[in-house]
Design a protein around this ligand. Structure first.
Ligand code: PLP
Length: 459
């Protein structure tokens, strides 16, 4: 024990080891192995404490995932129980009670005939599974040319090869290669639309973009369309009303499968288990989810497939193996965590809570848009929000504006609120258990931060 104690790393050790040996997501070559990351030591409810003991409201909710908040002992107990009882079972040759119960539970939550669940290790692998399912389906039906994938500029779908290939964001400046099976539709953000174009016209144009692309490439060459109901990592972009239904209709008319990527919007973020049908009125062919499924306590994702698609894959003569799977597909401990997460969300009526708090959250967000000149757009839905800095005021430095997100995050962090910076935007998606008072505290800090930034500009 004495030896273990003397080996306890110091703060300086941890900083150095992380800097020298830990490559973080999206690290830049000019700062990797130089950057020091904030080290989070403890967490409870919506709060985080860093290694210096400073307390923060967790604005991003981990990474859009910590729905039930941190430090839930009942979650820890459920996880521990499963670890002791049976921590692992190969999904190739066996199943487990948590996996079977969770699959049925998810099938109940999803719309229409989406009744078959393929478990994955996270969101990217859920997206990969959905895209590979399209390939399996069309190859099996003897349509090997029906392969192209339609995705959208600013969409984010993950970091495996195919999932990153359908990710529109920053695709022009990456040194990673991408699959050549993907075609992108232009930005759907209503905020960027030309002056004088109504929301209805904008929706018409965005649907026309899809129709034009299909006409150009030929429906016989297009396998699927993948879309987040709200483009979250792209800056919480809410497409114009009617867009989802109309794009789904276009896909149906052209025999193109529709994949709804609900990795962020699933599990309560918009006040429903899934948003596709209940918020946007669509029944896709597949839904992908992850993140909020376990509230981030353990990794897990899922791709949920419609009965129609399952049946269509069965119909051709001759059996073929669905060669897709992960060692940790249906991991018993992750599934037990997801079941406990769902139980907590039900027992504490977290969906109802989101529906009650969200209008106030969105009101406070809109008030920011009206109050601050430097803010060009505010947008959001449910407990998702984004503040975008204007780039068109001549008195401002464009370079500073392009770093607006990081600057707003920095001033807010001083006052105890973390945000997620993204270029000239800051996004936030706090744990769903956030109270009305905590919501006010969060927006009070944001307003104080914006006052500081505004003062800099006016000087
Ligand atoms: N899809 C969407 C919509 C996401 O926002 C993300 C992650 O942010 C992913 C997929 C990828 O999920 P993961 O990071 O768990 O692989």
């Amino acid at each position: 024990l004495m030896e273990a104690r003397s080996n306890t790393p110091t703060d300086a050790d941890l900083t150095r080891w992380d800097r020298d040996h830990h490559l973080h997501p999206w690290a830049s070559t000019d700062s990797w192995r130089k950057d020091d990351y904030m080290r989070i030591n403890t967490a409870d409810g919506i709060y985080l404490w860093d290694s210096t003991g400073k307390k923060f409201i967790d604005g991003p909710g981990g990474m859009w995932c910590v729905q039930i908040g941190y430090g839930r002992k009942d979650m820890a107990d459920a996880i521990a129980k499963q670890v002791v009882e049976m921590p692992y079972a190969s999904p190739w040759s066996s199943t487990s009670e948590p996996a079977a119960v969770l699959a049925r539970r998810i099938a109940e939550m999803t719309p229409g005939d989406l009744n078959t669940v393929f478990f994955t290790t996270g969101g990217s692998t859920a997206v990969d599974t959905a895209l590979r399912t399209v390939q399996f389906y069309n190859n099996r039906l003897g349509r090997p040319d029906k392969k192209l994938i339609i995705a959208r500029e600013k969409g984010y779908h993950g970091s495996t090869y195919l999932a990153s290939s359908v990710t529109g964001k920053e695709r022009f400046n990456t040194k990673f290669d991408k699959s050549d099976l993907v075609r992108f539709l232009p930005d759907v953000n209503p905020y960027g639309r030309p002056e004088g174009v109504s929301l209805e016209d904008w929706c018409d144009q965005k649907v026309a973009d899809l129709e034009t692309l299909i006409a150009e490439e030929g429906a016989e060459n297009i396998g699927c369309f993948i879309a987040e109901p709200i483009l979250c990592s792209g800056g919480v972009i809410v497409p114009p009303p009617g867009y989802h239904q109309r794009t789904l209709e276009v896909c149906r008319a052209n025999d193109i499968l529709y994949i709804s990527d609900e990795v962020v919007t699933g599990f309560g973020r918009l006040g429903h288990w899934f948003a596709s049908q209940e918020v946007f009125g669509i029944e896709p062919d597949m839904i992908t989810c992850a993140k909020g499924l376990t509230s981030g306590y353990l990794p897990l994702g899922a791709c949920i497939v419609s009965d129609a698609l399952m049946t269509a894959m069965e119909e051709p003569e001759g059996a073929e193996v669905f060669y897709n799977g992960f060692t940790y597909s249906g991991h018993p401990v992750s599934c037990a965590a997801a079941l406990k997460n769902i139980e907590i969300m039900e027992d504490e009526d977290i969906l109802g809570h989101v529906q009650r708090v969200a209008p106030h959250f969105q009101d406070r967000l809109r008030a920011i848009g009206e109050r601050f000149d430097i803010v060009g757009d505010v947008r959001g839905m449910g407990l998702l929000g984004c503040i975008e800095c204007r780039l068109d005021l001549p008195r401002k430095s464009l370079e500073a504006d392009l770093k607006f997100g990081a600057r707003l995050d920095a001033v807010c962090e001083e006052m105890g609120l973390m945000l997620r910076p993204f270029g000239n935007m800051a996004v936030f998606s706090p744990p769903l258990i956030i109270s009305k008072e905590e919501t006010d505290r969060m927006f009070d800090i944001m307003e104080a931060g914006l006052e500081k930034l505004s003062a800099e500009y006016d000087g």
